[in-house]
Design a protein around this ligand. Sequence first.
Ligand code: SF4
Length: 211
Amino acid sequence: MRREKANKIIDLLYETHPDAVCELDFTSTYELLVATVLSAQTTDVSVNEATKGLFAVANTPEKMIKLTPNEIRTYIKTLGLSNSKAGYVYDLSMALLERFDGEVPTSMEDLTSLSGVGRKTANVVRSVGFDIPAMAVDTHVKRLANRLGFSKTENVLIIEEDLKRQIPKYRWNLSHHLLIFHGRRVCKARQPECGNCSVQSYCKYYKTQVK
Ligand code: SF4
């Protein structure tokens, strides 16, 4: 896809979703990191409900490791994979204290060395927490990138590179939120609302599968 077309798609998505932002609640990069780890395979709304209680008692690595993994789990038990996630939160909090002076690191290498932190989570923390240009590829971004013609693969690493090559760097962080909002609200996995879609005339999927 040419950059001109990519820019047009992002312009139109921005007109449709001017409110597109990270929907996780957080007041620090540490809270953002924990919330993003907890958000795997669940909704941001559920994570926000769970972290309200958790962050009231433990909003720093120091306070978090005063809880046991099992105590952490009691706050997040409504989320899927709560056992593993509680362990991740405990372990990453300990690692922050032992290796990073209690601060959330900014590099991809350091972030992905933390328990439960993959490339997608690291990219969210880098872009939302530190305003570093990054392109986090979650399930919505993956689907939209393929439907709109930015990419032709299920490989998230290649999708990330495809998006970064076609979208100007200064728009990466915004584009990530726009693709997620469009995926949640319009271009849903099972029944995309193509008749109500602002980027329909640019959409490869619409032209080849729907029209
Ligand atoms: S036209 Fe349909 S498939 Fe294409 S982006 Fe819009 S909702 Fe998704």
